[in-house]
Design a protein around this ligand. Structure first.
Ligand code: HEC
Length: 142
């Protein structure tokens, strides 16, 4: 019996270790968003020369990140507590939050498909993508 109890608690421990930390995961994803924007923004500002390959690569990172933003995985119930700036509004208005994610997905996918070939195209494409960051942070980040 004791062995069985030990085996079960060992399993429970292994199980909880295998479960990812959604707060850390979503922060890591957002940091990757920030890094990708950090590659595009200097070009848009004129601080760095336009580079189509670097821009497309960063847009792809944003589209990949958007595709990974599954609220059931990254914002599950209960993950409003802890070292997080996610607003309680996310859980109060999950449909609205999902809609914001869907828009981010659509805009980043369109940006990748557009594959900007010069600075003006990049400015237009990136303008549409960047609005998503500010809009969602204003509504759903503390
Ligand atoms: C659909 C909503 C949504 C979109 C779109 C979004 N974010 Fe966020 N972002 C959040 C939320 C919510 C947090 C707070 C995460 C937490 O602390 O739990 C956050 C946090 C962050 C952080 C802080 C991460 C940390 O280490 O604490 C950065 C940086 C960030 N976002 C960058 C971006 C950038 C850049 C974009 C656009 C390219 C973007 N985000 C798009 C919702 C969004």
């Amino acid at each position: 019996m004791r062995k069985l109890v030990l085996a079960i608690s060992a399993l429970a421990l292994a199980g909880s270790a295998a479960i990812a930390d959604p707060i850390a995961d979503r922060k890591a994803l957002m940091k990757a968003n920030g890094a990708a924007v950090g590659k595009i923004a200097p070009m848009v500002r004129g601080a760095q020369p336009f580079d189509a390959a670097v821009a497309l690569d960063a847009l792809k990172t944003l589209a990949d990140d958007a595709a990974k933003m599954d609220p059931a995985v990254l914002w599950p119930a209960g993950s409003d507590k802890g070292d997080t700036k996610s607003s309680p509004k996310i859980w109060e208005d999950m449909a609205g939050f999902q809609a914001a994610i869907d828009k981010f997905k659509a805009d980043t996918a369109a940006a990748v498909a557009a594959a900007p070939q010069d600075l003006d195209q990049l400015k237009a494409t990136f303008g549409a993508v960047g609005q998503n960051c500010a809009a969602c942070h204003q509504a759903y980040r503390l």
